[in-house]
Ligand binder design. Structure first.
Ligand SMILES: [Zn+2]
Length: 423
C-alpha cells in the first residue's frame, strides 16, 4: 500500500526544478518516491495536496537531544564568562544528571519538535556520563516510536574520568555491531587525550564509520591542542587518522588557519555548520573562505529542531562573506547527500514534507532559495511523511499521544532540574 499525493509542487533536488504533479510514496523504510501521472491505485491512500510545496524530509546534521529538557531550567550559580564556563557551569552539569528516563524524555521532546519542523532524520551527538550504557538504544527506541530516522553516537570525552570512557566505547561497539547507522562520537580535541583519540579511531575503522566531533568551536580548543600536543587541532586529528574515515563530521570549525582549512578541503571529511549556536555561545563566525561548500552540512547543535531556520540563519550570518541564498538552501540538501553517501538506511526516499506556502510573489525554481531565506518557514509545515507514513497531519503528531508525552517530558524535566539544584 502506497501514499498517493495528488497535485503537489514538487522540488526535485537533483535537477533543482519545481514540478507540479503527483507523487507516489512506497511504504516502509525501503519505500521509493516517484513522480507519476498514473492516478491512485485502488489500495493507495490518497492525499490531496492542493498545490502545496513538497520537499524531501529534512535532516538535522548535528543535534544534541540531551539538551531538550534544558529550556527554562534554573540559571547557573553565576553567569558564564566564556565558552569554557558555559560548558562547565551549564552543559556538563546537566549531562551528568541525566538518567535513562530523562534521556528517553529528551529524545521524545526533541523528536516532536523536529517532526513539526519537517525534520525526519537526525544525526545526534549524545552525552550522559552517568548513564552511558543503554543511552543510544534508548534514543533509538524513542525516535523509532515517532518515525524519525537517526544516526547516533556517544560524545566520548576524558572530562569525567575513565568510567564513562570505558562504558562509552562499549556502548558504541554494541550499537554499531547491531548494524544500525551510527558514528563514533568525541566531544572535542581539548577534552580528548591521545589514548582515547586512538581508541575512537580504531573503533571507527573496525566498523567502517566516521568520527563525529566538535572542532575549533572556541579558541580554547586550539590553545590546549598547542599546549598539550604541540600542534593545532585539525593537524592533530589528521595525524590520528580522523579526517580519512568515511563520513567523518567536524562540527563548527570556526578557529582554523590556512593549513587546517587545506587539510579539511583535501580530505573527504564533512563540516557541520551551526550558525545559531555560534551566536548563542558568542564563539565566533564561520568563514566560508576556501571551504568546499558541497561538504558543509547544517545543524542546530541542540538549540531547537528547526533546521530550515538554521539554514536561514546561515544565510544571514554568511552575509559578511557575501553568501548566496542558493548556498544556504543547498546546506539542507547536503545533509541528505551525506546520508545517502554514508548512512543509506537513514536516507529514506519516502520522507516528505508538505508546506502550505502561498507567497505574495511568483515562486519558481530559480528563486526558491530566496523564498527559503525570506519567507518559507516551518510554520508552513502541514503534513510530514516518514518512511511512507503520515507522522504529522495538520500540525498534529499521529504516532503518539502528544499531551501524555509532553506531560512525561515535564515530569522528567522536573526530576532533572531537581537533580541539577542538588549538584
Ligand atoms: Zn554540538
Amino acid at each position: 500500500m502506497s501514499l498517493y499525493i495528488h497535485d503537489a509542487t514538487v522540488f526535485d533536488r537533483e535537477s533543482g526544478d519545481l514540478v507540479r504533479g503527483d507523487l507516489r510514496l512506497g511504504a516502509g523504510p525501503d519505500g521509493d518516491r516517484e513522480l507519476t501521472s498514473d492516478g491512485p491505485a485502488p489500495d493507495d491512500t490518497l492525499i490531496e495536496a492542493h498545490g502545496a510545496l513538497a520537499l524531501e524530509g529534512l535532516t538535522n546534521a548535528h543535534h544534541h537531544i540531551y539538551s531538550a529538557l534544558a529550556r527554562g531550567m534554573p540559571a547557573p550559580s553565576r553567569t558564564p564568562r566564556d565558552f569554557a564556563e558555559i560548558l562547565e557551569l551549564v552543559w556538563w552539569r546537566l549531562d551528568r544528571c541525566l538518567d535513562l528516563d530523562m534521556i528517553r524524555a529528551s529524545a521524545l521532546a526533541a523528536a516532536v519538535d523536529s517532526l513539526r519542523c519537517g525534520v525526519t532524520r537526525i544525526i545526534d551527538h549524545h552525552a550522559s556520563p552517568n548513564a552511558v550504557t543503554g543511552s543510544l538504544e534508548t534514543i533509538a527506541g524513542a525516535f523509532d516510536e515517532v518515525g524519525l530516522a537517526h544516526v547516533l553516537c556517544y560524545e566520548l570525552s576524558d572530562r569525567d574520568g575513565q568510567k564513562p570512557v570505558t562504558a562509552g566505547l562499549a556502548e558504541h561497539a554494541s550499537y554499531l555491531a547491531s548494524g544500525r547507522p551510527g558514528l563514533v562520537g568525541l566531544h572535542a580535541s581539548f577534552t580528548v587525550g591521545d589514548e582515547l583519540l586512538a581508541a575512537a579511531v580504531d573503533l571507527a575503522r573496525e566498523h567502517g564509520v566516521g568520527i563525529h566531533m566538535h572542532v575549533a568551536e572556541d579558541e580554547i580548543d586550539q590553545r590546549r591542542s598547542q599546549a598539550y600536543h604541540g600542534k593545532r587541532v585539525v593537524r592533530r586529528l589528521a595525524d590520528a587518522g580522523v579526517l580519512d574515515l568515511p563520513g567523518t563530521i567536524l562540527v563548527h570549525g570556526l578557529h582554523l588557519d590556512d593549513d587546517e582549512r587545506g587539510l579539511i578541503r583535501r580530505s573527504p571529511a564533512w563540516l557541520a555548520h551551526n550558525p545559531e549556536s555560534n551566536l548563542n555561545n558568542a564563539v565566533g563566525r564561520y568563514s566560508w573562505e576556501s571551504c568546499d561548500p558541497a561538504r558543509v552540512l547544517i545543524g542546530t547543535d541542540g538549540l531547537h529542531g528547526d533546521v530550515l531556520r538554521s539554514a536561514r540563519a546561515a544565510y544571514l550570518v554568511g552575509q559578511e562573506d557575501g553568501l548566496a541564498p542558493q548556498t544556504a538552501w543547498n546546506l539542507l540538501w547536503n545533509n541528505q547527500r551525506y546520508l545517502e553517501a554514508h548512512h543509506p538506511t537513514a536516507a529514506r526516499r519516502n520522507d516528505l514534507v508538505l508546506l502550505d506556502y502561498t507567497p505574495p510573489t511568483p515562486l519558481d525554481a530559480a528563486n526558491l532559495a530566496a523564498h527559503a531565506c525570506f519567507g518559507l518557514d516551518s510554520r508552513h509545515v502541514r503534513t510530514v511523511i516518514a518512511a511512507g507514513k503520515v507522522v504529522v497531519d495538520g500540525g498534529s503528531l499521529t504516532c503518539i499521544d502528544e499531551a501524555a508525552t509532553m506531560q512525561f517530558c515535564r515530569e522528567q524535566a522536573r526530576r532533572l532540574w531537581d537533580a541539577l539544584e542538588r549538584s
